[in-house]
Ligand binder design. Structure first.
Ligand SMILES: Cc1cc2nc3c(=O)[nH]c(=O)nc-3n(C[C@H](O)[C@H](O)[C@H](O)COP(=O)(O)O)c2cc1C
Length: 502
């Protein structure tokens, strides 16, 4: 099985490290004039206008972010308004900004490296209130669904997931795909990490909005790649499925899917670059049949519990008045942090609300650990820390003023130097790969990014700024030694107060 030839994931990971990854050409430049169109357009396909739910959510935004409402689910079959809200607040256009050199740029609900918006969302559903069964592509430009196939095709997806039980009863499934070249044009082969980073930030919004609508869900990472890609009519060398989000529950048996015929043509994907490295890691992490999917899921085991952690502080007493939708509309990556402190209560709330497990086919796993540098937090000494998820506590690793280190690790950007806190998600990659094969690389990246996306939302809920950042891989590990021994960094985020515009 190719998936268990794990040198492929190591080769990709090592080859895309900053600063010396052999797959990254140091002389590569990107000019914003080369920005590919961030929208996929189908020729001659019918479109269905989406209808946003005017009712704003009633549950606390922090509860929605942290997934703490699952026992209260009531809406089992999402209607078109719920679906529209989930799509809009995940991948919709939330603001347009004008730049002197670039003109107008449309920004989306979730952050995306380089604002290149390479993640597309598709819907596969049964008949639901006010939407007929079909396969659709979400078009954020005019908030509509493009009709790709008419009829109920869910059985193909259920089969592709080896009849994963939640997916086999879900009336709606969202599929998140990546158009490789749209982001690789700037970030070269490191784009495959970005695929999961940017899919993860979108997904954290989708999960939170589903919670506000009381729609049960499960995120699925184990599926036969080729079956999902062909349902969507994708050329998998250019665009491929990364994750499936199954929504709702229905007792009706899945009907046999209609045959797959050709779907509408699209405007060509701009594709004038070498995607060999990306194609190689994607193929090596693909699952090729139901048996592989089924045995992959059997690797999931119960969490191991650490017994010797000493909680240093456990507190959260934060009240957030705004609803989730308002927070998503307000979110935007901070472009300049002041050196003002945030509070321990705020950082504790952000950690506490973001680090919960993800309802998924890898849920029982502790995939990523969370490390932190405190530069300016009232009530928390400057230094480096490990966040113990089980005890919800911060354990000090090293006292000291590490602003320079924080700045350096975030690729010497002012953002990571000025931030009050920088956070790193780190995983024991060898252990993950041995158990899950190269597919584990996808899971490790996505798990970290969903938690990172939740941190974006929780920060904005508390009126703190945040931005994702890229990093010097090995130097992050070295800084957090010996605690982080054998761990690789999957995601970085910085937080702090924004510099007020004059
Ligand atoms: C994972 C991740 C890494 C990012 N890395 C950087 C970075 O290194 N430097 C930077 O200035 N912005 C970085 N960003 C911010 C993006 O450029 C920003 O999200 C994008 O321009 C879209 O803007 P918005 O987040 O305000 O919607 C990153 C964002 C994410 C999600």
């Amino acid at each position: 099985m190719k998936n268990y030839e794990i040198e492929a994931a190591w080769q990709y990971h090592d080859g895309t490290k900053h600063p010396n990854g052999s797959f990254l050409n140091k002389t590569h430049t990107y000019h914003p004039a080369k920005r590919p169109t961030p929208y996929k357009t189908y020729k001659n396909a019918a479109q269905i206008k989406l209808l946003l739910d005017e009712q704003s959510s009633t549950i606390s935004a922090l509860d929605a972010i942290s997934d703490s409402t699952k026992s209260e689910y009531t809406n089992i079959i999402p209607d078109i308004k719920m679906l529209s809200s989930i799509l809009f607040f995940s991948g919709g256009i939330t603001k347009t900004l004008k730049f002197p050199s670039l003109g107008e740029i449309e920004f989306r609900a979730a952050s995306c490296t380089g604002a290149l918006y390479h993640i597309e969302i598709y819907v596969v559903c049964s008949d639901i209130p006010r939407l007929a069964a079909g396969v659709y592509h979400f078009n954020p430009q005019n908030l509509s669904l493009t009709v790709l196939r008419k009829g109920d095709y869910r059985k193909i997806l259920a089969n592709a997931t080896a009849n994963e039980p939640f997916t086999s009863t879900a009336p709606v499934m969202l599929i998140f795909t990546d158009i490789f070249s749209r982001n690789a044009v700037k970030y070269q082969a490191r784009e495959y990490r970005h695929a999961f980073w940017d899919c993860g930030t979108i997904l954290s919004n989708s999960l939170a909005v589903s919670n506000t609508k009381r729609v049960p869900y499960k995120l699925i990472m184990s599926f036969v790649d080729s079956e999902v890609n062909s349902l969507l009519g994708l050329d998998a060398k250019k665009e491929a499925a990364l994750a499936i989000l199954s929504l709702g529950h229905s007792d009706q048996e899945l009907p046999t899917s209609p045959p797959l015929s050709d779907i509408s043509e699209t405007e060509p994907i701009e594709h004038d670059m070498d995607l060999d490295t990306i194609n190689a890691i994607h193929e090596s992490s693909s699952l090729t049949n139901q048996q592989e999917v089924f045995s992959w899921r059997k690797q999931i085991v119960q969490k191991t519990h650490q017994k010797d952690a000493k909680p240093i502080k456990n507190m959260e007493n934060t009240f957030v008045k705004e609803n989730l939708e308002t927070i998503i509309l307000r979110r935007g990556s901070t472009r300049r942090f002041s050196h003002d402190s945030i509070s321990l209560e705020q950082i504790y709330t952000i950690l506490n609300r973001s680090a919960n497990g993800i309802i998924s086919d890898f849920e029982e796993e502790n995939i990523n650990d969370i490390y932190l540098i405190s530069n300016a937090v009232d009530g928390l000494e400057q230094g480096s820390y490990f966040y113990n998820k089980e005890y919800r506590s911060l354990e000090i690793l090293q006292k000291g003023k590490f602003r320079d280190v924080s700045g350096h690790l975030g690729l010497d950007q002012n953002l990571s130097y000025d931030a009050s806190v920088t956070i790193f998600f780190m995983t024991d990659l060898q252990n993950i790969l041995e158990r899950f094969g190269n597919r584990g690389y996808r899971v490790a990246q996505l798990d970290a990014s969903i938690m990172g996306g939740r941190m974006y939302l929780a920060s904005y809920a508390l009126h703190i700024g945040a931005t994702g950042l890229t990093f010097y891989d090995d130097e992050v590990t070295e800084f957090f030694l010996p605690h982080a021994s054998k761990k690789s960094t999957m995601f970085m985020i910085a937080m702090g107060k924004k510099v007020k515009k004059s």
